[in-house]
Unconditional design. Structure first.
Ligand code: SF4
Length: 337
């Protein structure tokens, strides 16, 4: 059987592995053993699963494989950020920061959302990743053991590949998987309402919504998704849930000079978020030849932050990392160098 027709064990949930074991006539407890090998011992070979019988390992080798692949290249930024490139065009960014070590993973190659300011969005859509391809980005890097956080903010829209993202989150947070707290994981979205609702109801990980402009017409010019899923409806859905507990709701707001960075926009933003338990992350726009926008001046960004904080919206400015290797927000394009 060719590899393409085999099942990738990496990324499978306990439930899916139980089904596989049932299909293959293995005892049910073998699924738990498989989880241990895959997610606790991080085994790369079926042959190493020594508590399975030789016959079981032989059969597994016929129908399945462990989809572990090494990165093809790694670029290191002057600030210590590393951008890993996996075939075919999958990028992950490792961001060390004092006591934290965050990996920003991709869930698609390219993206369908077409945000006008995003290099990934401009390159079109080339496919969604399976859960195993998402998890491989963690497992395959030398810093895996030291990771403290994962953010789904690389290439692609997580809500457009929700089954795989939910499976990956399940592997990361279940006791049969890596056993991480969901507080260590943040999943971003432009606000695809039906998928976002399912995510909120099925997953406890943090949610980050890309907002970027509180004025509907202006937001639509930046983010075509506004037409199908207006921000007003996105916020109405978010208001139906409680965000005061462990799970955090944040909004990403990229600062574009002269477009969304004045006090009038800050006031509209405060108004839009009224009553929501949330925080806002301001992101300096990373200029690129592909996008016709400029970044706001540092003083303007500070003033915007201060306005929000004065008006009861917790707001911070996200440190910019990895810009010199095109690893900063919105610059991933799967192109390597
Ligand atoms: Fe896709 Fe995110 Fe880029 Fe928008 S910003 S095009 S959702 S990768």
């Amino acid at each position: 059987m060719e590899k393409e027709k085999k099942t990738n064990l990496l990324g499978m949930t306990l439930l899916q592995l139980q089904q596989l074991c049932t299909d293959e006539g293995f005892p049910r407890f073998a699924a738990k053993q498989l989880c241990d090998w895959l997610y606790k011992k991080c085994t790369e070979s079926i042959d190493a699963m020594t508590n399975l019988s030789l016959a079981q390992r032989a059969r597994l080798n016929e129908v399945a494989y462990i989809g572990r692949t090494s990165p093809e290249r790694c670029q290191v930024s002057a600030d210590g950020t590393k951008k890993y490139l996996f075939s075919p065009g999958i990028e992950a960014v490792y961001i060390p920061d004092d006591e934290r070590a965050t990996l920003c993973v991709s869930c698609q190659v390219g993206c369908k959302m077409g945000c006008r300011f995003c290099v990934t969005g401009q390159q079109g859509f080339h496919g969604s990743l399976a859960a195993g391809d998402i998890l491989n980005q963690l497992f395959a890097i030398p810093e895996f053991e030291s990771l403290t956080n994962v953010v789904f903010m690389g290439m692609g829209e997580p809500m457009d590949n929700l089954d795989a993202v939910l499976s990956a989150c399940s592997v990361l947070t279940s006791d049969w998987g890596l056993g991480w707290s969901p507080k260590r994981i943040t999943v971003s979205t432009v606000g695809i309402i039906p998928a976002m609702q399912r995510f909120i109801e099925e997953c406890q990980c943090h949610l980050a919504v890309s907002l970027h402009n509180p004025v509907p017409q202006e937001r639509q010019e930046l983010m075509p998704v506004q037409k199908a899923y207006p921000l007003e409806q996105v916020l109405a859905l978010l208001r139906r849930y409680d965000w005061s507990g462990q799970r955090r709701l944040s909004f990403e707001y990229t600062m574009f000079r002269g477009l969304n960075d004045d006090q009038a926009h800050a006031a509209r933003l405060v108004e839009a978020l009224r009553g929501l338990d949330c925080r806002v992350n301001l992101i300096r726009f990373h200029e690129s030849p592909e996008a016709p926008y400029k970044t706001s001046a540092p003083l303007t960004i500070n003033a915007f932050r201060d306005y929000l904080n004065r008006h009861g919206v917790i707001c911070t400015i996200r440190a910019s990392r990895g810009q010199d290797i095109d690893a900063a927000c919105g610059l991933l394009a799967g192109k390597g160098r």
